[in-house]
Ligand binder design. Structure first.
Ligand SMILES: Nc1nc2c(ncn2[C@@H]2O[C@H](COP(=O)(O)OP(=O)(O)OP(=O)(O)O)[C@@H](O)[C@H]2O)c(=O)[nH]1
Ligand SMILES: [Mg+2]
Length: 309
């Protein structure tokens, strides 16, 4: 058996496995049923070494980083990626100084899509690495493999490309790639059970995941109103400004009365100038103290956090 250089899975093919070939050439994604019991042991193995870890985090979809930290004693650099998705007008300090609720030795903001800040990333890796191995970890879809491909493209003559896609669990096992004076090890991302990506079809997910800079939209709610996003989200609110950070491919509809939608789960949240996160779908900035009724798909997490922007 060989190891597929696209996803790390064992395969009888040389080079790319059938699944990676289909993703790469036809954007055709075959869902592989994996769960964290396959992936957590990989992180636990990383923990046994003193190697540096890059924790890659999607700035649009941050997640609970302590869930990953708890498996790792290693030094971690927090790599905040997909900067291109958030509005350019947000200051660097705002994103950099935000409390991501994790203990790290350093952090950096990048965009693999725009090839932004990679010279500094490489310099930072060289500054902190303790051995010739550097691990790349994070939640699924964070952009780990895309970042590694950009590092390879920028700083080596290597022509290999790891498979990337908007669907969860693209990388299935570790993939080691030599770069200058060290080896980068890609790992499969942990699945976040509360993320909407687990509960929608591929063509829906392509609309939900933003592809370009998000243009925030503010709804000034006067009196009682209902906001609806496709079949994913309904919000009932009263006298508050709600600023949506959501894929521009999704349309928000406003109604001035109650609207019945079946099959959505209700969560009532108290807000106070902070963000409401509908995990993987959007975050919403609020401008006062209030209570919102939020209806979304059954298993999708709804929670508040300190305002990020
Ligand atoms: N806009 C934008 N999209 C990005 C960026 N980096 C990655 N993506 C997209 O995010 C999606 C996931 O990227 P991957 O590199 O496959 O993510 P991963 O972390 O390796 O995911 P797993 O292998 O499933 O753990 C793909 O659709 C990428 O094109 C970025 O800097 N900006
Ligand atoms: Mg990957």
């Amino acid at each position: 058996m060989n190891k597929c250089f696209g996803c790390g899975e064992l395969t009888s093919n040389e080079g790319l496995c059938e699944r990676c070939f289909r993703i790469k050439h036809y954007s055709e994604y075959q869902v592989i049923v994996k769960n964290n019991s396959d992936f957590i042991p990989i992180l636990q193995n990383v923990n046994k070494s003193h190697d540096l870890v890059l924790l890659v985090v999607d700035l649009f979809n941050v997640g609970n980083l302590s869930l990953i930290r708890k498996y790792l004693k290693n030094d971690i650099i927090l790599v905040l990626t997909k900067r291109d998705l958030l509005p350019k007008s947000i200051s660097f300090e705002k994103l950099y100084d935000y409390d991501y609720k994790i203990d790290v030795i350093d952090k950096i903001i990048i965009s693999s899509k725009k090839n932004y800040n990679f010279d500094n990333l490489l310099e930072m890796i060289n500054k902190y690495k303790k051995s010739d191995k550097v691990y790349v970890v994070g939640f699924t879809n964070a952009g780990k493999s895309t970042m590694i491909n950009k590092l390879i493209y920028n700083y080596s003559n290597n022509k290999t490309e790891i498979t990337t896609s908007p669907m969860p669990s693209t990388t299935l096992n570790t993939i080691s790639i030599k770069l200058e004076n060290f080896t980068l090890v890609d790992t499969p991302g942990l699945l976040d059970d509360g993320d909407i990506a687990n509960y929608v079809e591929g063509n829906e997910l392509k609309k939900i995941i933003p592809k370009k800079e998000i243009k925030p939209i503010t709804y000034q709610i006067k009196g009682f109103q209902t906001l609806i996003v496709d079949k994913y989200l309904k919000i009932e609110a009263k006298d508050i400004d709600l600023t949506f950070y959501i894929s521009n491919d999704l349309k928000i509809k406003r109604f001035y009365k109650k609207i019945a939608i079946n099959n959505l789960k209700k969560t009532t949240v108290e807000v106070n100038h902070n963000d409401v996160v509908i995990k993987g779908l959007c975050f919403i900035k609020t401008n006062k103290k209030s209570v919102l009724d939020i209806y979304t798909l059954d298993n999708v997490d709804v929670f508040t956090r300190d305002s990020m922007i």
